[in-house]
Design a protein around this ligand. Sequence first.
Ligand code: C2E
Ligand code: MG
Ligand code: MG
Length: 763
Amino acid sequence: MRQTQNNVESYRDWRMVVLAGVLGFAVTLAVMEIIDAYLLSLTSLSIALAAVTGSLSGICLVGSFSAWRVRQKLSEQNMRLDGALNNMIQGLCMFDAQNRLLVWNERYRAMYNIDPLRIWRGCTIRDLLDARIAAGTFPLDPARYDGELRTALKQGKSFRLNIELRDGRIIDAVNQPIEGGGWVATHEDITERKRAEHELIRTRTFLDTIINNVPSNIVVKELPSLRYLLVNQAGEKHFGLPREKMIGKTAAEIFPKGTADLIHQRDLELLKSCRETFTDEHAIVTPDGTNRIVSTTRHPVMGDDGKPQYMISVIDDLTQRKRDEAYIAHMAHYDTLTELPNRTAFNECVAATLELAAAAGESFGLLSIDLDRFKTVNDVFGPSVGDRLLREVAGRLEQACQGAFIARVGSDEFHVITPTGPQPATAETLAAKMLAALDTDIDIDGLPQRVGLTVGVAIFPQDGVDAVTLVANADAALFRAKSEMRGSIRFFELAMDQQLRAKRVLQQDLRTAIVRDEIELHYQPQAHIDGEITGFEALVRWHHPRQGMVSPGTFIPLAEESGIIIELGEWILRTACREAASWPWPLYIAINLSPVQFQHGDLPKLVHQVLLETGLSPARLELEITEGVLIGDFNRAVSVLRRLKALGVRIAMDDFGTGYSSLSYLQSFPFDKIKIDQSFIANLGRSQQAATIVRAVIALGRGLALPVVAEGVETEEQLKFLASESCNEIQGYFVGRPKPIADYAALVGRRDAPKQKALAATG
Ligand code: C2E
Ligand code: MG
Ligand code: MG
């Protein structure tokens, strides 16, 4: 457009120059002809005039020519400007002070798809906006746009905005006021740039989100300044500091000195080593003063120049894991209640001590310790008091055996390894110190409690050169001490070892006793005081192939210790029930249960099953328990008892009066019968005390409406005493000894049996 306009103007200039020249020449010729014709004499004047005219013409010619040259130059400049304008990537237009369009380029027109007829030199901005609205390339309110534009220009400010066209293009329009009024507007299609920017922002947001949500603590530092550049959310939490307070700073500006130095040193190590990654574990103090153990993996990020530009650090907080590991390790070696080393720790210590002592040719003592009266306190005052008592005892013992190693190896059992030194003196002194440590009351909740110690000692090397033997021999010494005198110290002797060996042999034999048919049940009658037989108690017997008859007082504890009692107890229950079910008369059968049977398996289920199997009425079954059943896991025992009772069987408390707390047990479970221990009956004629106790128990039974059975009645005197005290039931040699049931066939109603007397000392 502009180019055409310039071409026309330069053409006009050419014509003017030629015309001026021709006119100048013509005027000169005319003047010379006139002078020649009328003033022939005045030749010189004519020449002068001609010269003047010629000069004037020449001047005109030269002036015209130079004007032409100027116009020619301008035209060339305009053409160049046109070329430049039309080759701009921006659309451009220029307005004069009256807001009229002076110049525009093709790019501007094409950009907005303006009809060529609707853009002309001198049109207003509103004309242009209307043309763009018609072309669908002005999505804004034209009046408002125009207004804002003018206001800005009036204030001498540029007016800039990004316009998003309907076809999705984004145009950056800048209107810049120019000197002398008017303004120039550039319009640039920035769609691609904006898209790239958006894409970049989107990518960055995505990466930020990912990094922020990575559960590991991530920090990025700039190199070589080692200033923090990025800290993710987990990192902020880990350091206890918002990222604004970390970014741009060095470790020295954030962390306590020790930690900052360490971080700096490790950062430099990575940079010096030029390794790909570098992981190390260390303790740090975070800016908020928390101690943590961390594992940091540093990774350098290389720049285009091949030099490290950033350093990424991934920090794993190992504090909790380390704490858990330490706790687990502690738990594995320490008793949680008393904080004393446990059996595992003891085993390790004894192995190490043995090795050292053997290498140095030295001697040491191993003490096996049992607390006296602890079970009673625990039972009477409850496990909470029991626990506190144990803690206090453990503390006192630990204090007393400074220099030695003490471990809790059972509920109220401890093992001590003495320091090496002259034996048995060292062990004896230590044991005495420990005994003395418990010589005073222990106050728990204002109640003075007193427990004692019984100690068994084995000495390395004479009593054993390995841990198992030493422990077994210390235990044997303890066993002996307990059976002789509680509160004493016993050293191991060879005889004990022999007894121990004999015990182990017997225990081994017991394992096969049932299958070898060596076990048998004897039945002892129980009678009403008037002599009428009411039932039988089943009492187990073992016919040992070499040792003959072994008493249940000997082998029942062995069976309990080894767990054989479970199998044996089941056999006894089944055999006795089957036997009783076969009796013509519905007498009851009393069966003894071991505490161990309450702790393992499902006793009520077994009893129920056996009753169904044998067809014995539950009303005919009486289960005898001693207070040992209720010691230990009291709640479990009571719950098992309740379930047993729910089957319809009766529960009798055996050996009443021998334990520590038979009375308190009567309160905790509704027993059906009390059996006064035979030791009281045996002493009836001899001790006034025994008579008083028996009398009291009978009265107690009466008060609680509980039948009382007197065990171990051997004489008529005893019977008379019991009858006078209104004891209703008796059991003992006076009624009948424990015998095979065949011996009592008539008493159970078997017709073919010879007649038997109800009350007779059959012994
Ligand atoms: P226990 O249940 O108190 O049984 C009574 C014990 O007193 C029996 O001893 C019996 O033989 C004995 N005895 C009965 N009358 C007299 C008497 O007039 N004078 C004397 N001196 N003793 C008498 P045994 O059979 O040696 O049983 C001892 C303990 O072994 C039983 O005491 C019981 O606790 C346990 N026991 C026996 N059989 C079994 C059983 O089948 N299972 C379980 N778990 N324990 C049993
Ligand atoms: Mg019994
Ligand atoms: Mg008894």
